[in-house]
Design a protein around this ligand. Structure first.
Ligand code: PEP
Ligand code: MN
Length: 338
């Protein structure tokens, strides 16, 4: 339930009065009509009992299953970079896996001058086969952080397990939750507790509502912000690796006004189509792109066929930056309805 305060009401007194009734509340909106979200595990209290609290103007049920997601600001600032509606598209690039100290340093040096703002690279890799390269773990996190710092980049890297979430949070500006883990609720809770912003990839067969509820887990447990990342869903046609759902990107960006990025690399799985999909993603309303880049794709330990060379990424960034600004937006609609 959402409790709206009377103008001028003392927020702390209302919080205290609600807590005395066994309710756990967290701030939802500030300003003259501040709102508090009553957390679901609170004691059962009737609507009338809430309305009787001094300072409470109204009580309503949330419009959707994910009120914290709905209340997220349209733009967020992470590692000094503005992301979201109206901000310039943000490029996050780097190898699928951090393979060595030399590799990540040389890529960071080549990517930073192109306008890339976040260095990506997996230290913990979710691989279909247990015999495939699984990532260099904590060592890779150190290499990634040091390379990013040397070149003024933010770090985005995946946390695959609850045990590793703190070490990932210590190295990352943005914790990636991968597609295979979007519904790993204990990992979402643990990632939220680090208070870091989270890049939440869409599960391969998750609906938009399931994805937004996963984002709600992260925010409810403390994440500073959640950026959604569409990376393709399972289609029926093996011609491309996955099926990039640009309709969902447009819906999230234009109707729900949420920050959404696109990862064309995992969506299409082949480097020649990445520039076209990147343009399409930005046209659909993506606020940024996550693109796998490698200086020797033929020798990559994972996902070589979809990796761009730095010079190919340079051309892509240039072509994306010369796009026209999008037209005027319609007003925000509550997510989860219609
Ligand atoms: C990745 O970004 O390297 C990755 C494994 O992504 P996804 O979870 O989208 O497959
Ligand atoms: Mn990959």
């Amino acid at each position: 339930m959402i409790v709206t305060l009377r103008e001028g009401a003392d927020l702390n007194r209302v919080k205290h009065a609600l807590a005395e009734r066994g309710l756990w509340v967290r701030p939802l909106l500030g300003g003259p009509h501040a709102q508090l979200l009553v957390e679901p595990h609170s004691a059962a209290v009737t609507r009338d009992a809430l309305l009787a609290v001094d300072g409470v103007a109204g009580v309503s049920a949330p419009a959707s299953e994910h009120p914290l997601v709905d209340a997220q600001p349209r733009t967020v600032r992470i590692a000094g970079v503005e992301l979201g509606h109206g901000a310039r598209p943000v490029f996050m690039a780097g190898p699928c896996s951090v393979e060595s100290e030399v590799q990540i340093e040389s890529l960071a040096a080549r990517l930073a001058p192109l306008g890339v703002r976040f260095l990506r690279g997996g230290a913990y890799k979710p691989r279909t086969s247990p015999y495939s390269f699984q990532g260099h773990g904590p060592e890779a996190l150190r290499w990634l952080r040091a390379a990013a710092d040397r070149h003024g980049l933010g770090v985005v890297t995946e946390a695959m397990s609850e045990e590793a979430v703190d070490v990932v949070a210590a190295a990352a500006d943005l914790i990636q939750i991968g597609s295979r883990n979007m519904s790993n609720f204990s990992l979402l809770r643990a990632a939220g507790r680090t208070r870091r912003p989270i890049l939440l990839k869409r599960g391969m067969s998750a609906t938009v509502e399931e994805w937004l509820s996963a984002a709600e887990y992260c925010l409810l447990h403390g994440a500073q912000a959640v950026l959604l990342c569409e990376r393709g869903i399972r289609g029926f046609d093996p011609s491309t690796r996955n099926l990039l759902d640009l309709g969902a990107v447009a819906l999230l960006s234009h109707v729900y006004k949420l920050p959404v990025l696109v990862d064309p690399s995992h969506a299409v799985g082949r480097r020649d189509l990445i520039p076209a999909l990147s343009q399409a993603a930005l046209a659909a309303g993506a606020c940024g792109l996550l693109i796998e880049t490698h200086d020797h794709p033929g020798a990559a330990l994972s996902d070589g066929p979809q990796a761009l060379l730095p010079e190919q990424l340079a051309a892509l960034v240039q072509s994306c930056e010369s796009r026209e600004a999008p037209a005027q937006e319609p007003p925000r609609a509550a997510a989860g309805r219609g």
